[in-house]
Design a protein around this ligand. Structure first.
Ligand code: GRF
Length: 194
């Protein structure tokens, strides 16, 4: 567990690959007085990630790694995390799988948000699969990252009801709204002042 000491905010990096709507939401949260985190670094594997625009908008440092060679990229990321004194990592639509070694170095300090009620629908195309299986409910989960995909300890979950005419895109929109509430809550939950 990460402990926040006094009023000082935990230095946090957010990893993204795409739109970055969760990133934007986490930035807004971090700027609140009640937030236990500050966002000091945005990491991406994708130079074209739309979410990178939030770096400029909110004056946050960003770093893009080409990820051709995973080992080399992770080495560089770890170096940058260290030089920026990052203590917590929030994955938010980051489409690369971190190596065991990387995770070990940040054990208990990497969070991810996944758009399903884990352990159901790990991996991709969650909304499509939930609809095909005629699920009545789906939702989102914030969990700690371990070496198995979408399998670490669950911090918080939110259940969302599917409508009869649900499509993957309508379900994605519906769940995203709940993600914006759940992720900050989960962060606050693990960063309790002791
Ligand atoms: C979200 O649905 C999140 O649960 C998943 O990837 C999506 C990222 O969306 N891990 P965005 O880039 O934050 O808009």
């Amino acid at each position: 567990m990460v402990k926040s000491i006094g009023p000082k905010k935990i230095r946090t990096a957010v990893f993204i690959s795409g739109t970055g709507s969760n990133l934007k939401n986490l930035i807004k949260f971090s700027l609140k007085k009640v937030s236990p985190i500050e966002i000091n670094l945005i990491v991406s594997n994708n130079l074209k990630a739309k979410g990178l625009k939030f770096a400029k908008m909110y004056k946050i440092k960003k770093k893009v790694y080409n990820y051709d060679k995973k080992k080399d990229s992770e080495k560089k990321i770890l170096k940058d995390l260290k030089s920026n004194d990052i203590k917590l990592i929030c994955l938010a639509g980051f489409m690369k799988i971190l190596s065991k070694d990387f995770i070990r170095r940040f054990k208990g300090k990497i969070l991810n948000i996944h758009p399903s009620l884990l352990p159901k629908y790990k991996g991709l195309n969650t909304h499509h699969r939930a609809i095909q299986n005629k699920e009545k409910y789906s939702g989102c989960t914030v969990h700690l990252v371990n070496s198995k995909l979408d399998s670490g300890k669950i911090i918080l979950q939110k259940k969302v009801k599917l409508s009869k005419k649900e499509t993957p895109s309508s379900l994605q929109k519906k769940i995203l709204k709940h993600e914006y509430i759940l992720y900050p809550r989960a962060i606050s939950k693990i960063l309790v002042n002791l």
